[in-house]
Design a protein around this ligand. Structure first.
Ligand code: ATP
Ligand code: MG
Length: 255
């Protein structure tokens, strides 16, 4: 069972060639869920890649518990499962990389698949699973590495609304067990409000922190139906300058 690590982005600057793409200072407490929200192309994925150590910053540091990115695991929007291995074998592969001895891998993989609600699908190949199920396998496989920080880049973006809501609930359940620190990127304001302790609003490229919204009672059941939720939603859309969506929301509420 993993517990979250503190994250400290200190003057972190990332550039592609001459062009500055992101510049952020951010501290995340152990076990906190922080959502990064910002316009397409602003530099969200770039920030996560730098945290995972996949990109070299041009300035500043990304510290995970005072060290570097080995304790991070990344979940992508498109699942990255090995198509020729069953769900169980995909998870076992991650356990193998973590050094779990072979005799223990099968039981651990089945337990992780159980945690993500996939009892009975362990022997299916990814091609025989739905998009939502593949994302569940990806989550199980990521948990198998026992990351202390989970970097999630629009992991539910390709899913339909119902499956997406199921995955959000599943993520909260899994997080309650593991208390991993989570940095979660999304375009979806409602998703941000449902998951986050804090929402970091980013400017258009280069991504800089525009504002941080702290959620008073994070992940409260039924929060979606409270007036506070609508108020926060409006505030965030206005801050992002998403006037098209504001008009749509206002019209919906009026009708
Ligand atoms: N490998 C690369 N080489 C050069 N420029 C890149 C590279 N990857 C991304 N960029 C540029 O950096 C900027 C930020 O890209 P990034 O993928 O971080 O955006 P994002 O906020 O994740 O967008 P989206 O919400 O659409 O996923 C974009 O303008 C993009 O064109
Ligand atoms: Mg991206």
């Amino acid at each position: 069972m993993s517990t979250g690590a503190a994250v400290r982005l200190h003057g972190l600057r990332i550039a592609y060639g001459e062009s500055l793409t992101a510049e952020v200072d951010l501290e995340v407490a152990p076990g906190e869920i922080v959502v990064l929200l910002g316009p397409s192309g602003c530099g969200k994925s770039t920030i996560l890649r730098a945290m995972a150590g996949l990109l070299e910053p041009v300035g500043g540091t990304a510290e995970i518990d005072g060290g570097s990115g080995e304790q991070c695991a990344m979940v992508f929007q498109e699942d990255a499962l090995l198509p020729w291995r069953s769900a169980r074998k995909n998870v076992e592969f991650a356990l193998k990389l973590r050094g779990v001895p072979r005799p223990r891998r099968r039981a651990e993989a089945l337990d992780l698949l159980h945690q993500v609600g996939l009892d009975g699908f362990a022997e299916h190949l990814p091609g025989a699973l739905s998009g939502g199920m593949r994302q569940r396998v990806q989550l199980a496989r990521t948990l198998a590495t026992e990351p202390r920080v989970l970097l999630m880049d629009e992991p539910f973006g390709a899913l339909d609304a119902q499956t997406r809501a199921d995955m959000q609930r599943l993520l909260i359940t899994v997080w309650q067990q593991h208390k991993t620190t989570v940095l979660f990127v999304t375009h979806d304001v409602d998703e941000a409000l449902l998951l986050a302790d804090r929402i970091v609003l980013l400017t258009p490229r280069p991504a800089r922190i525009q504002r941080i919204v702290t959620i008073d009672n994070p992940r409260a059941p039924g929060a979606r139906f409270e007036p506070e939720f609508a108020r926060r939603r409006y505030e965030i859309l206005a801050a992002l300058g998403d006037t098209a969506e504001l008009v749509a929301t206002t019209t919906e509420e009026a009708s």
